[in-house]
Every structure is written in C-alpha cells, then in structure tokens.
Design a protein around this ligand. Structure first.
Ligand code: M6R
Length: 619
C-alpha cells in the first residue's frame, strides 16, 4: 500500500527521494508526491528555508517530470506513494499534506479513524482543508501544537496523542529544516543509518542502495532523525535504546535482472528459492528437518494439541496445503482461517494451541492483528514470514523465515512455493516427534531435495505455456478445479489469473462442482483441472468427463507419463512426478506462468495490477 521515504543529509534530497519512490512502486499506488526543505537558513522566511512540493497522479515517472520543471533544492525531504483510501486519486489528495501556513508537511500511511471529528473541530478554529483525506488533519493539528510548544518532536508527540487509528508518519518543517520526525502505530517505519545522512522509510527496499544498517520502530514510538543523529522515544517521552540490524538482501536482487517483469523473474527464481528455503534445514538420513527458529517454543510444540493457521490471499492458500500436510503426517488437528475473520470472532484457544501466521510481507494488518489476538488469549504464536525484521516476524514467539529473497511483484509467486516448502519442513519436524515413520520422513526429505530440478524442467517449457495462454486469453471466465492437496492449488491458480489478467476465474473443490458450479459450464467457460496422478486422480478424471459432457473446454495439469488424461482433456501440461503432499509445489508453477502470459496476451502489465497493493497494511 502507501510508501514513505525520507532523507536528511548532505546530498540533494530530491533524486534520492524519487529513486526511493521508484523502489516503492511495487507496493501499489495511484499517485506520488515530495516535499523538499530548503536548508539555506532556517525558518519560513529565510532564503531557501521554505518547503517546496510537487505532486502527481499516476506513476512516479509523472512526478519526476513534474519535478523537472521546478526548483526543488534542499538536503532534507519526504516522499510518498499513495494508495487511495479516503478520497479518490487526485492531486489534491496526494501526499505530502500541509497545514494552513504551509510550514508543516506530512506523509502518512494508515487510517486516522477519528479524522471526521478532528476535522470538524479544526474547521471551527478556521483551519482550511485542501484535501478529502483523513491524513490532512495531522498537518493542521501540528500547526496548532507548534504554537503551544515550538519544538517539532514535541508538537508531533502532542498531535499523535489526539489521533485514533493507524499511522506510519514522517514530518518535515521549514522551522527545523535538518530534521525529520517519524512515528509508528500499526504501519511500519524503518530508519536507515548512513554516514552523515539518515533515512526514514516504510520498508527497507528504498534504503538498500544507500545503507544496510537499519532500525525498526515499534508501535507507539517516535524518532527524530537528523543527518548525524537518531533518537527514539515513546509517545510518553521515555527514551528507547535499540540496536541496529543489518539487512542481508542486496539492492541487485530488487532489480529485474534482464527480465521484462518482476513477476516473470520471480517465477523463474523458483529452483533457487527452494534451494534457499531448504538450505541447512534437512537431515535426510534421519528424515528430519532442523528449524533453528523453533527452539524457543520446542516444548510448546511437543505439547501442542491444536494448530490454527491464519493468513490472507495467497498465503491463505499455502496454509490450506499446510493443513493437509500437518494433519496427514503430524496427526495434529489443524484449522485454517482468514486472518480477517479470526480477529473478529471468538476463537477458542488455550496454552496448547499454536497459532501460525503465514505472511510474505510480515506486515499484513489482519494477520498481524490475528496474531496479537492469539497472544492475548494465551496461545503460542509462530510466524512463517519472508521479510526479516517485519512486524509479524518480530511479534511472534518463534519463526521460520522463507529465505525467498525480496518479492517485488504484487503477484505472490516465489513466496508461495517457499511457504509450501516451509510447511513441509514443519510437518517433518512435528511429524517425526509424533507418528511419522523414519521411512516416510526420509521419503519426504528426499522428495523435497528433488524439487528444484523438477521446477527447472517445468520452467524450461515456458514457451508451451505461452502457447496455451494464447489459446485461452479470449475467454472471459475460467474455472479452476482441484481436489485434496490441489484443492488449494485451484484457488491459487484462479487468484493469479484474476489479479493480473482480470479474467474472471473461480477456484472450486472438484467434489463441490456438482453442487452448483457445473451450471456455469458451457463452451465459453473453460476449466483448468489440476489432476496429477495421486489418490484422487480417478475422481478428477470423472470431473473432467462431466465437464466435457457439457461442452466445456479442459486444460489439464497432469503427471508426466499419464496416458489417460490426454484422451479426455483438450490440452494437457505435464509436470514431473513427486509425492502427493508436494504436488501443489510443482502444479502451481505452470499456473503462475499461465497467468503471467494470459496477462501479456491481454496487453496488461502483470507488475502493476489495478487496485492492488503488495502489502495490505490497512484493514
Ligand atoms: O504479505 P502477505 O503474504 O501477508 O500478503 C497476503 C496477501 O495480501 C497476498 O498473498 C495477496 O493475495 C497477493 N497479491 C497474491 O498474489
């Protein structure tokens, strides 16, 4: 969703902020803006001391061209990419927002829940609002607070006490030009520390080309950043001592590396991703997985009687596969729930419940709140997270990192397969402590090790998938059908198609088809049937026959060497054989490529799906 970047140092701020905004584009946005503070003398009337802004609807490139015609010099500034919540995408709603005197500029991620009442009060005091956003109240409150206490951080502090809701916030003012004040409540803020320069951002991606030394704010904290100092305090002014962390991802991994889109690059990284997720974690001869991040809760895991997995979107589909793996091989009852539902109902949890959050970003608002709710109720929490240092990674009692590397594309692809691999590793760990035999443990471990090669063979057939996409791009609707382990694959395949190509695709458990969905089938409504040779293969063949009997076209995903399915389906894409529980990891790869090429056939940009944000940090 919205992105924030701030810079204060010796260099010109504008190019650094524009570059940072480009690197934040992946989060999804509809407009962007900058505010640069002139530093040749402080104060609103001093030469160069004023804050200058530029804002544009559309891409960061539009903002860059609008900046080109202006003098925006200065060595401190803030920038923002906005994903509209309150007020449509329009220049007046684009951040930064200013107060009436144009001396305080703010960029804000999150939602101010009491903005309407604050706006009414401020209007009574003759404040004039320029936007329809919830965020603008912050700038006007600051204007008033600074009159009372003319120190920027204190004015920010007293303003924040009046807000209800969520914020990741950065503030600059012409009164104190070499300073950025930033604060966090429910929306992440990370400080990047350099030599004679410092940064503020909503995630580490815009910082990596400048520094790897970072420091994450916690909820209820505020930081004051100058070129050479950073201090953190709580909202009630208690000093916070926090050590820095080093980010291991390098900036190169966040580039397209010769691929036309991040989406394709990340799908193609599949084999390497699995190798990285598995590295150092399998003890094949003992049929075991070694997951260091679980040590602190090993006792709890041994005594666990119940697992609940909370997640959203693609991560939710990974969790559904995890449920089948864990129940079949570890024998523990598992429930999978949308995090957004879990947090609002009254789940029954106790000290023998493990609540697992699956989240690529580690910042999804609903998943984070679900974990907080689980902790309040006494459950042990475990994060399966890709982004190191993210809020879910830090707030859960224990964790397993995916090691998939930065996922920039809004479409989650490589993170999904790494989530499935992590869930398989967790199954091995919990299973071997319970009823999973050494023989089966070894079989799973060996099959996991073979996955990278098998994915590579699928990826080599990219051209075949491209041809299939050409055939199917004309359809407006598609059904994705799967059973048992590939029930979730059907939903995931359909989600990928919807997100990027805007073809209406629906996932359906194959057993459910006759309970309603079959009414939709005709020659204009093709089906993608995920039918590897597994324990439900014959049932899938029956489903395919039923579709064919109603003139539906079928594209099947089947196992290499299958001689039956080709006689029924109109098109078949073959994947290598693996054990049943790992088949979703292979089956989803052609579906990811299929969605990518359908999107290109429809002349759309898979990296920039409309209305979507990479990380959903508001409810
Ligand atoms: O970062 P998270 O894994 O928590 O994100 C969850 C979903 O928002 C995410 O998977 C979303 O559905 C993707 N756009 C799917 O491609």
């Amino acid at each position: 969703m919205c992105g924030i970047i701030g810079y204060v140092g010796k260099r010109e701020a504008l190019p650094i902020i524009l570059d940072g905004l480009h690197r934040l584009e992946y989060r999804g946005y509809d407009s962007a803006g900058v505010a640069i503070v002139g530093t040749k003398g402080a104060g609103p009337n001093a030469e160069g001391g004023r804050v200058k802004t530029s804002r544009a609807v559309g891409k960061v490139a539009m903002l860059a061209s609008s900046c080109a015609g202006k003098t925006l010099d200065g060595t401190a500034g803030i920038g923002h990419t906005r994903w509209a919540t309150h007020g449509k995408p329009a220049e007046k709603n684009t951040h930064p927002h200013a107060d009436c005197t144009k001396q305080f500029y703010i960029v804000h991620n999150g939602i101010i829940e009491n903005h309407e009442e604050l706006r009414e009060e401020l209007k009574k005091q003759k404040h004039v609002f320029k936007s329809e956003t919830d965020s603008e109240v912050i700038a006007h409150l600051l204007e008033d607070a600074y009159k009372e206490t003319p120190v920027l951080e204190q004015a920010v502090q007293s303003t924040l006490r009046k807000l209800r809701g969520t914020y990741g916030l950065a503030v600059v003012s012409s009164y104190e030009p070499e300073k950025i004040v930033t604060a966090r409540m429910g929306a992440p803020i990370v400080l990047g520390l350099g030599e004679g320069e410092n940064f503020v951002a909503s995630d580490a991606s815009p910082l990596l080309s400048h520094t790897r030394t970072v420091l994450y704010l916690e909820d209820g904290e505020m930081a004051v950043v100058t070129p050479t100092t950073h201090t953190i305090v709580t909202l009630d002014n208690k000093a916070v001592e926090r050590g820095t962390e080093t980010i291991e991802w390098d900036a190169d991994r966040m580039q397209k590396g010769g691929f036309p889109h991040f989406t394709l690059k990340e799908i193609m990284e599949g084999p390497e991703v699995i190798e990285n997720t598995l590295r150092g974690r399998l003890i094949t001869e003992d049929g075991l997985a070694k997951l260091g991040g679980l040590q602190s809760i090993s006792e709890k895991l041994r005594e666990a009687k119940h697992i609940i997995i909370v997640a959203c979107g693609t991560a939710f589909h990974a969790a559904r596969v995890g449920e089948y793996m864990l129940e079949e091989y570890a024998g523990i009852p598992v429930e999978v729930e949308f995090a957004s539902e879990f947090r609002y109902r009254k789940p029954v949890l106790d000290e023998h419940t493990i609540v697992i959050a699956v989240s690529q970003s580690g910042e999804t608002a609903d998943t984070l709140e679900a974990i907080r709710e689980a902790k309040r109720k006494g459950a042990t929490t475990l994060g399966i997270v890709n982004v190191v240092g993210s809020t879910i990674a830090r707030e859960t009692d224990a964790g397993i990192f995916n090691h998939a590397g930065p996922e920039i594309s809004v479409l989650s692809t490589k993170a999904y397969i790494s989530q499935l691999v992590v869930l398989a590793l967790l199954t091995l760990t919990l299973g071997r402590e319970r009823e999973l035999s050494l023989t089966m443990g070894k079989k799973i471990a060996e099959a996991l090790q073979e996955l990278p090669k098998k994915i590579a063979t699928i990826l080599k057939q990219e051209k075949e998938i491209k041809k299939l996409a050409k055939k199917y791009a004309k359809y407006e609707h598609m059904l994705y059908l799967g059973r048992k382990y590939n029930f979730a694959t059907a939903y995931e395949g359909a989600l990928k198609v919807k997100e990027a190509s805007y073809i209406h695709a629906e996932g359906c458990g194959a057993g459910e088809m006759k309970h309603g969905f079959i009414a939709m089938i005709d020659k204009e409504f093709p089906t993608v049937a995920i039918a590897p040779e597994d324990s439900v293969y014959d049932k899938m063949l029956s489903n395919i026959q039923e579709i064919k009997a109603r003139s539906g076209r079928v594209l099947a995903i089947a196992t290499e060497g299958d001689t039956r399915i080709g006689k029924l389906a109109d098109d078949v894409f073959y994947i290598p054989k693996t054990i049943e529980m790992l088949s979703p990891i292979l089956a989803v790869v052609p579906l990811q490529l299929f969605a990518y090429y359908l999107t290109l056939e429809r002349k759309l940009d898979p990296d920039r799906p409309r209305n979507l944000a990479k990380s959903v940090t508001v409810e």
